[in-house]
Structures are given as structure tokens and as C-alpha cells.
Ligand binder design. Structure first.
Ligand code: ADP
Ligand code: MG
Ligand code: MG
Length: 883
């Protein structure tokens, strides 16, 4: 088996398509080498070795050692240097890389191959002792941290002390002699911490590093990241071993990162940062403040230090050429890492850049507009789930902004919450029901969980490409980074600015679009669908087959649904309409009545309210279909339960408290989810359904007159078990329709259908379809009833099910294709077998979940219905499902 593939010198054994085998980094290094771009030579140990390693008790395939030697040979031939050689040593980096990029999850080791002897060879060969020892101290720190598990603070403390003693603030101000001493101190530290000297044999170093990369695949941070991002464990990571090039060789050397377009806005302009005389992750680690690549960005950002364009113009020009070539080649925005060694550009990484949803839309629309992509490809490029970012609030432009500090606009959107200063504090506060802003000097992979639960992230250090910025953009969380005027004391839990001290629990608002940090909770506004967003949605609508409706019952929801392009209401839950002050009284009166006459009297009071609600909805929807579900929840939900509430209601209604208490006790159920609810209410008390039907039909006539558009209400009967219960309720609805027609002299056009949410209804779908004109799959309840899982009680055991891989995911988030999916398919087939044109939709929360929407397309539903704010997500997901 070939476990090792080489690259360099204008060719490679791998290529971009071999991402599964080589990991993203290795595949793209190979691709860049094949394109003839300047890539330091190296080799990739494949992901299959990782799989082998974990399948075989953490051991390597027997051929690996020889193939790795051959890989080193390949690098030595191209570079003319020899690994471990005292005169002319080859140094390498050891870099992990899995199929999907996992920012910061795996640690890269640079300058490997240095020891007390080779460091002298490097010094002589480069005629630069300072550089050689700078590389050595970096290597000792990285290697000790990643492989020997010595905390990096141990080294940073020594470095800080050295600088303090010398009275300097920058690493670059330390000279060769300082660094020689630093290396000695580092080695002593390693001996003290590990009980062994720092390994001097380069081959031991190499295998130590390779082992650490494979081991890191199973570290806690990597596992968390994979879980949050749905990356399977089976993928494994590759290891890249690559000749070092040096950005820390002096004033014509540098290291940098770039995006070919702005990853926040999508603007088509080279965007990035670099540092002169620096190495590796100095740029993103926030050790020194990086400089912008372009003059334009420097002027705009009001930065003093020169841009790369000014400082090293020829390198800059070549970099522009390379980055444009890569963007053309990959047909997408690129995220690039590069190093300049004494005026020579080297490319170290290329990948499709992570971006905000806003940038994703702009880039997709721009690339389709200039012909790089087709419109269909543009539609496929945007992750529907990411649109969620744009459907979040932004700060109301009219709101007063009490600006505390300004940092970098690292990830757009606004967020507000109580300040917390650690990941643990964030998790604890959120568990207690709070909303928080996580404030850190700079985040690290250990903060992932805290970032995930926070509303937004604030750092006092680090640039647009810092860990906080990259991860926040990936998560779609607002982030302000590098707000340097805030003095952070993480231990004390304070942020100080201009003498004012903010503590844990103080509320701030951050604006990730401007970089502002604001005092207190600031008003926010709801998002709009315009510009590139609207354009892409239009293209999505051109290819989409399924309709998209919204679940809405209030006029606000209905208007939001229209704004976001809903083509009707798929679920109007009428019970929400009975909770306001006046209506709840009439509702309770109805529930407390001893006989039908009493109930009818109370229902008559509810009728005008209910009718007005429907008129408002029909008017907003202007002739678009509106599906109205009859009363669904158990009646006890409308009664007071605490003694205090009972006393209040009793006084207000003039009903004895005992009567309230007794009625609540009568209605008490052991298992309300499977109890007296759904059409069972209409079967026991038909007058409730009759009142609702009357309200619907009278409203339809009224709204048709006021809007001039025909209104076709769809009356939906919940929780039917089969045709008999459906027919019983339908007969009442039809009777009311005839009465209303007679009273008004108007002709009504309406449909009566059912919500399919019991397994039996799926099985009996053929007979139900004989009389039902539409089905809407209520997959929330169908999931509960099919799996026998009460959603409200599931938290205790569903997690373990998923963790132990007994279920692939939470079936309340993504439809359980295997079981619930089969029931839906059965319902679709049997329903269509008797009524081929029956209208079929879905109205559970699955209707807004892209994976579930793909399932709906597969089984051929006519539409999905979801919450108004997910309508754009559903439109895009439905388009992608159709492609
Ligand atoms: P990550 O996956 O965290 O981005 P990388 O493997 O890309 O880690 O390494 C981080 C940085 O280390 C790179 O961006 C680059 O600056 C530096 N680096 C890696 N390999 C080399 C090399 N062979 N020569 C010089 N610098 C390197
Ligand atoms: Mg990194
Ligand atoms: Mg990298």
C-alpha cells in the first residue's frame, strides 16, 4: 500500500480530488505544486494511516517507516539539505490536516530537526545566528507543548522574564545571545517538567511529532469540534511533513495570511495581514499587531506600519498573481497562508475560505454574475443553515449607542448579554437561563464550548484572522476582536476602560458589523431580505419545486413570513389566539360550563375575536393559501393551576375557587400528550369546532371583499386516527359552511384536510384520503408517537442515544428517515393511491431543517412549512434538494 505521497518542484503524486486520502491541506499542497506554484517540497502521510493506527491498537503499518524515509529522501534531493546534518541541516514542519478544516484543533510543529548541533549548522549556513536560535527556541516550545505536554505558558513566562530583564517589549528585540540563553532555559525547563532531556535525535523528533498528530485526532477539543460540526470520527487526519521556509530570517522575510475576498462582506478585494521577520502563527496569535497587505486597506484602517504592497512590492505583485490564479483554479474565494524567505514567496496553504453568510451570498452572486459559476452552482454554494446569521437582529440605527470601546468587526450581527470571562462561566450562566457575551483576552480551542453557548464574543487582542474571529464566523456568532482599549483582567473578571470597571453580569451589546462594544442592552431590529440575498433567493426560486409556507398565527408573524417569501401559511395554531386577557376569560367560561348551552354561550363571545384574527391573516396573505388547525391542546392548559392564580381567576370571574380546582382536577391527565386533545376535543364538544369553522368562513367572505382576492381556507383537523373520526369533524365543518353560505348568499371555496401525526393515520392514509383533501405531516408529534418518545422528557436519554450512536442525530431536529420517514412515505403513497392530486405538506419543525427538507423533496411533498424566520433557509434548501 502507498501510505506516503510526495509533492514539490512543480509536481505531486496527489491532487485536490484526493482530499479524503490526503486531508484538505495535503491535497491542496499537492494541487498547488502541480500548478507550478512555489510550494516547499514535502510528503503527506495519508488518512488511511490514521485509520490503521486506531484500528490496530495505535500502531503503524509496517511499510510506513521505509516510505517515510523515502519521503525525506525526496525533500533532501530537492532542497539539497540533509535531515540531521551538522553542516547543512534540513528542517521540516509537521502539519496535521483532516478532510474538513478544523481550525486550531491540531497543532503544527515548525523547525523540526533542530538540536544543539544542527542549530549551529543553521547559524553558519544562513550567516544568521539570531535566526537559528530564534527557530530553535520556537521549536522547543512547540514540540514540548504538543508532544511532551509541557504547558506553553511555562515557556512564555520565561520569554516574558527575559524581555523584562532586557527592558524590551518585542520578541524581535532580543539578540542572538539572548536567544542562546533562552534556549538553555527552555531545555532546563523541559528536563524539570518531564524528567528527560529535550530529544536531540531528529528522527525521534519526527516520529514523536507524527504520533502526536495522530493522537490529537482523539483529543477532547477535536472531538468537541467534530461533534459540533458533524464530522465523523472515521475520517481521520493526514500528516504533512514539509521543508521549512523561514519568515524569521530578517527584514525581507515575513509570514502572512490572506483571503482573496473579504470574508466578512464578500467584497472582491485582496484582504489579509502579515508580519515582517516572523514565523508561523505569529500573525494570528496576536503577539504583534499585524500589518495589512494592501496600501488601500492600510489607509482605510489607519494603520501606521507599511503594507506588504509598499514594503516588498515585488513579492506583493507575485502574491497577487498567485492568489488570482488560485481563485480562478478553484472557482471560489481562497484562504491562503504564505511565507516570504529573503524576498522569495512560498505558498503554504490554500483552501476555500470560511466566510460569513453575507459574504457567501455576495461571492456566489458575484461569481455567477462574472460567469465563473452558473446560477445553479451559485445556489448550491450557499449553506442554507448559514443564512440563519442574516436572519438575526442588528442594532437599531435609531438606538442610542453608548460606545465603551471599538475593536475589529470580526463577525457580523449584534448580540447582547451579561459579561462572562471564561468558557465555564458562560456554560454555567447559560444553563441558568441567562444570555451571555464571552469576553476573553484572546480565545483558544479550549473556549469552543463557551463560545458555542454565548450570544457573542469579545476579545481584547487579535486580528480579523484570530482564533476568535475565525471560529465565531464559522458559528455565525457576532464577534468583536482586538478591542485593545479595554483592559482585561480575566482572573479578577473585570474589563476596565477609562476608569470604568465592568464585571461579570454587567450587560453589554456588541456590534460585530462595526466592531463597537456598547454599554447596556441596545435596541435591535429585524433583518430584511434585499440585495445579494434577494438575488440568490430569486435564483433558488427558479429551480425549486416544493412550495414554502410559514407557520404563523399573529399578524406580525404573517407579515414577516410574507417579507421572507412564504407562499402561504402551512400551520395557523388557533390555541395561541385564546390566551389574551379578554379571550381567556371566555375560554375558561366555556371550559367551566356544565352543559352544551353554557358552552355555546361562551363560545359565542369568542367568535368575534376569532373571526377578526382570521380576517387579519387572510388580508395579509392576500389570497395565498392559509391552513388553519382546529383547537389542539388539552383544555386544562387554559385553566389556572397555582393557588394564587386560582384565587385571582376566581375573584375576576365570580366563580368559586373550588369549582376551578375541581374542574382542573377532572381534566388532569397522566399523559396529556396522548390525552384529551386534537380532534378528540371536537368529538366530545363539536360546538368548539363549529365556532371555529364559522369564524373561518365568515372571515373568508369578509377578507375576500376587502382585498378583492379569493380566499381559500384550508381547515385542518388535528390528530385523527382514521377516516371515522375525521369524517365526524368534517361533517360539522361542512354543515357550518352550508349555514354560512345560506346566511350570506355567498359561495364558499374551502378544503378540509387533516394533520397526519399518528402512525395509524399513516397506515390508514388511503381511507382518510377518500374524504380528506389535504394532508399536512405533523412530524413533531409523529416523531413522538412513532418513537414513543415524549419530546419534553427526552433530554435525559436522547443525548446518550446519540452519543452511543444508537441514533444518528436528534430526531426532533432532523427527521428520522429510517422510521418516521418510512411512515411519511407510506402516508404519501397510500394517500395518493386514492386521491392522486391530494395536497401534501409538512408543518413540524423539520420543515425548516435542510436535511429534512431534502427528505421531503425525495418523497415528493408539495410544500414545507416552517417558522417565518426560517423561510429563506427553506427556500434555499428546497432549491438545493431539487438540483
Ligand atoms: P493550521 O492548520 O493550524 O493552519 P498549519 O499547518 O497551516 O496549521 O501551520 C500553521 C502555520 O505554520 C502556517 O500558516 C505557516 O505559517 C507555518 N508553517 C507550516 N509549515 C511551514 C513550513 N514548511 N515552512 C514555514 N512555515 C510553515
Ligand atoms: Mg492554527
Ligand atoms: Mg494553516
Amino acid at each position: 500500500t502507498k501510505w506516503v505521497l510526495t509533492f514539490g518542484d512543480g509536481r505531486a503524486e496527489g491532487r485536490a480530488e484526493l482530499r479524503e486520502l490526503l486531508g484538505g491541506k495535503g491535497a491542496n499542497l499537492a494541487e498547488m505544486a502541480n500548478l507550478g506554484l512555489p510550494v516547499p517540497p514535502g510528503f503527506t502521510i495519508t488518512t488511511e494511516v490514521c485509520t490503521h493506527y486506531y484500528d490496530n491498537g495505535r500502531s503503524y503499518p509496517s511499510e510506513l517507516a521505509a516510505q517515510t524515509e523515502a519521503g525525506l529522501e525526496h525533500i533532501q534531493k530537492i532542497t539539497g539539505r540533509v535531515f540531521g546534518d551538522a553542516e547543512n541541516p534540513l528542517l521540516v514542519s509537521v502539519r496535521s490536516g483532516s478532510r474538513a478544516s478544523m481550525p486550531g484543533m491540531m497543532d503544527t510543529i515548525l523547525n523540526l530537526g533542530l538540536n544543539d548541533v544542527t542549530v549551529e549548522g543553521l547559524a553558519k549556513g544562513s550567516d544568521n545566528r539570531r535566526f537559528a536560535y530564534d527557530s530553535y527556541r520556537r521549536f522547543i516550545q512547540m514540540y514540548s507543548n504538543v508532544v511532551l505536554d509541557v504547558d506553553h505558558h511555562q515557556f512564555e513566562d520565561i520569554l516574558e522574564m527575559t524581555k523584562e530583564r532586557k527592558g524590551v517589549s518585542e520578541d524581535t528585540e532580543l539578540d542572538a545571545d539572548d536567544l542562546v540563553k533562552l534556549v538553555e532555559a527552555y531545555k532546563a525547563k523541559v528536563l524539570k517538567e518531564t524528567g528527560a532531556s529535550f530529544p536531540q535525535d531528529p528522527r525521534d523528533q519526527l516520529w514523536g511529532a507524527i504520533g502526536a498528530v495522530f493522537a490529537s485526532w482523539m483529543n477532547a477539543r477535536a472531538i468537541t469540534y467534530r461533534r459540533l460540526n458533524g464530522i465523523p470520527e472515521s475520517w481521520g487526519t493526514a500528516v504533512n511533513v514539509q521543508a521549512m521556509v523561514f519568515g524569521n530570517m530578517g527584514d525581507t522575510s515575513a509570514t502572512g495570511v490572506a483571503f482573496t475576498r473579504n470574508p466578512s462582506t464578500g467584497e472582491n478585494r485582496l484582504y489579509g495581514e502579515f508580519l515582517i521577520n516572523a514565523q508561523g502563527e505569529d500573525v494570528v496569535a496576536g503577539i504583534r499587531t499585524p500589518q495589512p497587505l494592501t496600501e488601500a486597506a492600510r489607509i482605510e484602517g489607519d494603520v501606521n506600519a507599511p503594507s506588504l504592497e509598499k514594503r516588498l512590492p515585488e513579492v506583493f505583485e507575485e502574491f497577487v498573481r498567485v492568489s488570482q490564479a488560485l481563485e480562478r483554479h478553484y472557482r471560489d474565494m481562497q484562504d491562503l497562508e504564505f511565507t516570504v524567505e529573503r524576498g522569495k514567496l512560498w505558498m503554504l496553504q490554500a483552501r476555500n475560505g470560511k466566510r460569513t453568510a453575507k459574504a457567501a451570498l455576495k461571492i456566489a452572486v458575484d461569481l455567477a454574475s462574472d460567469g465563473t459559476l452558473t446560477r445553479e452552482e451559485a445556489v448550491e454554494r450557499v449553506d442554507p443553515a448559514a443564512l440563519d446569521q442574516l436572519l438575526h437582529p442588528t442594532i437599531d440605527p435609531k438606538a442610542e449607542r453608548k460606545i465603551i470601546a471599538t475593536g475589529l468587526p470580526a463577525s457580523p450581527g449584534a448580540a447582547r448579554g451579561e459579561l462572562v470571562f471564561s468558557s465555564e462561566a458562560a456554560e454555567a450562566a447559560v444553563a441558568a437561563g441567562k444570555k451571555v457575551i464571552l469576553a476573553r483576552t484572546e480565545t483558544s480551542p479550549e473556549d469552543i464550548n463557551g463560545m458555542h453557548v454565548s450570544e457573542g464574543i469579545l476579545t481584547t487582542r487579535g486580528g480579523m484572522t484570530s482564533h476568535a474571529a475565525v471560529v465565531a464566523r464559522g458559528m455565525g456568532k457576532p464577534c468583536v476582536s482586538g478591542a485593545g482599549m479595554l483592559r482585561m483582567d480575566e482572573k479578577a473578571g473585570t474589563l476596565t476602560v477609562a476608569g470604568r470597571v465592568f464585571r461579570e453580569g454587567d450587560v453589554v451589546t456588541i456590534d460585530g458589523s462595526t466592531g463597537q462594544v456598547l454599554d447596556g442592552p441596545v435596541a435591535m431590529i429585524q433583518p430584511e431580505l434585499s440585495g445579494d440575498f434577494a438575488t440568490l433567493m430569486r435564483w433558488a426560486d427558479e429551480v425549486r419545486r416544493m412550495g414554502v409556507r410559514a407557520n404563523a398565527e399573529t399578524p406580525d408573524d404573517a407579515r414577516a413570513a410574507r417579507r421572507f417569501g412564504a407562499e402561504g401559511i402551512g400551520l395557523c395554531r388557533t390555541e395561541h389566539m385564546f390566551f389574551d386577557d379578554k379571550r381567556i376569560v371566555a375560554m375558561r367560561e366555556m371550559i367551566l360550563s356544565d352543559d352544551e348551552a353554557g358552552r355555546r354561550k361562551a363560545l359565542a363571545k369568542l367568535l368575534p375575536y376569532q373571526r377578526a384574527d382570521f380576517v387579519a391573516l387572510f388580508e395579509i396573505m392576500k389570497g395565498l393559501p392559509v391552513t388553519i388547525r382546529l383547537l389542539d391542546p388539552p383544555l386544562h392548559e387554559f385553566l389556572p393551576h397555582t393557588e394564587k392564580d386560582i384565587a385571582e381567576v376566581s375573584a375576576a370571574m365570580g366563580v368559586p375557587a373550588d369549582k376551578l380546582r375541581n374542574r382542573a382536577a377532572e381534566l388532569h391527565e397522566f399523559n396529556p400528550m396522548l390525552g384529551f386533545r386534537g380532534c378528540r376535543l371536537a368529538i366530545a364538544y363539536p360546538e368548539i369546532a363549529e365556532m371555529q369553522a364559522r369564524a373561518i368562513f365568515e372571515a373568508a367572505i369578509e377578507a375576500a371583499k376587502s382585498t378583492g382576492a379569493a380566499v381559500t381556507p384550508e381547515v385542518m383537523v388535528p390528530l385523527v386516527m382514521g377516516r371515522p373520526d375525521f369524517d365526524f369533524v368534517k361533517a360539522r365543518i361542512d354543515a357550518v359552511a352550508q349555514e354560512v353560505e345560506k346566511e350570506t348568499g355567498e359561495k364558499l371555496v374551502y378544503q378540509v384536510g387533516t394533520m397526519i401525526e399518528l402512525p395509524r393515520a399513516c397506515i390508514k392514509a388511503d381511507s382518510i384520503a377518500e374524504t380528506a383533501e389535504f394532508f399536512s405531516f405533523g412530524t413533531n408529534d409523529l416523531t413522538q408517537t412513532a418513537l414513543g418518545i415524549s419530546r419534553d422528557d427526552a433530554s435525559a436519554f436522547l443525548g446518550p442515544y446519540v452519543a452511543k450512536k444508537l441514533l444518528p442525530y436528534d430526531p426532533f431536529v432532523t427527521i428520522d428517515r429510517d422510521g418516521v420517514g418510512d411512515l411519511v412515505r407510506l402516508g404519501v403513497e397510500r394517500g395518493r393511491s386514492v386521491r392522486p392530486k391530494i395536497k401534501l405538506g409538512i408543518c413540524g419543525e423539520h420543515g425548516g431543517d435542510p436535511d429534512s427538507i431534502a427528505f421531503c423533496e425525495e418523497v415528493g411533498l408539495d410544500y414545507v412549512s416552517c417558522s417565518p424566520f426560517r423561510v429563506p433557509i427553506a427556500r434555499l434548501a428546497a432549491a438545493q434538494a431539487a438540483l
